[in-house]
Each structure stands twice: as C-alpha cells, then as structure tokens.
Design a protein around this ligand. Structure first.
Ligand code: S3P
Length: 260
C-alpha cells in the first residue's frame, strides 16, 4: 500500500469513518486533520472560526496540512481543504495517494442532518451549501488520484473498494473482474440457448411419446465431458457432476412442464 493515503471530499462523504476503518484494515496509523487542528489550536473549529473567520481557519489549516502531510498512514482531511490553491499545490506535490470520496448533495444533507459541530453547516443557507458543494467537486477531482463513489454504500464496502484500489492501483483487478462478469453473462446466454433446444426436444418427445429422462445418455455425456475437460486442472470431477446435474434438473423440469 502507498505510504500515505489522503482522503478528500465534502463534509459527510465519510472521510473520517472510512479513514479510521481503512487504517485498521491495513494496520496503518490514522490521522484526522480536523482533530489535529483542535489539538494544535486547543480550541474547537466552531470557536476558532467564530474568532478568526473562515479565512483564519484556512490559514491555520494550511500550516497543519504542511506539517502532517508526510505522516505515513491514512489521513482524513477537512472538506474545504481544496478550496485554497496553496493547499491544492501542497497536496498535488506530495507523495500521498489522494482519494476523493464522492457523495451527491442529497446524501451529504441526509448524513449531516443531525450535525451541530460543523460551523459551515450552521452558517450557510442551503443554497450557499449547495454552491460550495458544486464549487468544490472539480477541485477535489483536480488533486485526486482516484475517485470512489460513496452514495448508498456502507463504510465497510467503501473500505473494501479502497483496499483493492490501493493494492492494484493500475486498476487491473477491476479490468479482470469485468472480464469475469462478461464471461458469466456469456455462460448464462449459452444456458438460455440450451433451454431453447431443450424445448424443441420436449416438443418432439411429446409428439412421439418418448420418456423424458434417459439416464444412460446423461452418464455417457458426463464421461465424455470429463475426458475432455479434466486435463487442464481448472475443472474438477465434482464440478462436472454438479454442473451436469444442475443442467439436467432444469431441463427435466422444463420438459415435464411442457409434456404435462
Ligand atoms: C469544513 C469541513 C470540516 C472542517 C471545517 C470546515 C469545510 O471537515 O474542516 O468545519 O469547509 O467543508 P469535515 O469535512 O471533516 O466535516
């Protein structure tokens, strides 16, 4: 895994919760820049902003970012860290792998509905908050190495995605998984074609009064499949037995329904 992983995103995107769990899952240290801010200034962000305004907060935030940036492990950031150009430069020039946890505005509102700690939530109208959200989206994208959508996902699911992403940064895992998904679809399409043929067989049996199951035929095909497919070590004896049983069961069911 990268030495430093930095999570960015709007308030309520899950940076802190996901960051803590990601650090635990990967046995890394976790650092929350908002907590560092509180430690350093010995006051709450609410009080600090009330005394020094948002500009004062941003200046202090920059100094904390600079000091903590090289800390190995998982770092979660405040949602507005990317608003200042200096911060964006610092982040982009760092060695950290920067991940944008994205959440749509409705999700953000829902997650923050009961929050009383965040000064901007108190201060800004809904329209102003939406404006901030819109303003920041491209800025997060500008500095991020990767984007992970968090809407409707449990933190554990997001953590799993992040672990994969960090383990396979060139995204080869995603590519291979999509190949598997496409093969699965082909398999299902073939099974569906098989059932179309079964229906034609059922029609012939119905008109000629032939019994549905012919056990010898199935034993014969199992043997043929095994001699053909066991060789490469990918497919086991049991797998062939189970697959043939499954295909046969569904075919018999279909035939019985059609023949009555
Ligand atoms: C802020 C987000 C907060 C905190 C401060 C300002 C912002 O962090 O840094 O209240 O400007 O969006 P979270 O994103 O962790 O809530």
């Amino acid at each position: 895994m990268a030495d430093t992983v930095m999570l960015i995103g709007f308030m309520g995107a899950g940076k802190t919760t996901v960051g803590q769990q990601l650090a635990q899952a990967t046995s890394q240290k976790f650092l929350d820049l908002d907590d560092e801010f509180v430690k350093e200034t010995k006051t709450t962000i609410n009080d600090f902003m009330a005394d020094h305004g948002e500009d004062g907060f941003r200046k202090m935030e920059t100094s904390i970012l600079k000091n903590r940036l090289q800390s190995p492990g998982v770092i979660s950031t405040g949602g507005g860290i990317i608003e200042s150009e200096i911060n964006r430069e610092i982040i982009q020039n760092s060695d950290a792998t920067v991940i944008f946890l994205q959440a749509d505005f409705a999700t953000v509102l829902q997650r923050l509905s009961a929050d009383t700690d965040r000064p901007l939530l108190r201060k800004l109208s809904m329209k102003e908050l939406l404006d901030r959200w819109e303003l920041r989206q491209p800025l997060y994208g500008q500095v991020a190495n990767a984007v992970v959508m968090t809407n409707g996902k449990a933190p554990s699911k997001i953590v799993n995605e992040l672990v994969n992403l960090l383990e396979f940064p060139d995204d080869s895992l995603t590519e291979l998984r999509s190949q598997i998904d496409s093969l699965d679809r082909q398999i299902l399409r073939l099974i569906s074609q098989r059932i179309d043929v079964v229906k034609e067989v059922a029609d012939i049996k119905k008109h000629n009064n032939i019994s549905v199951v012919q056990h010898n035929r199935m034993d014969q095909i199992r043997m043929e499949l095994k001699s053909e497919f066991l060789g490469d070590g990918n497919i086991s004896d049991d797998f062939i037995d189970e697959l043939v049983s499954l295909l046969t069961a569904s075919a018999i069911d279909k035939e019985n329904k059609m023949i009555g």
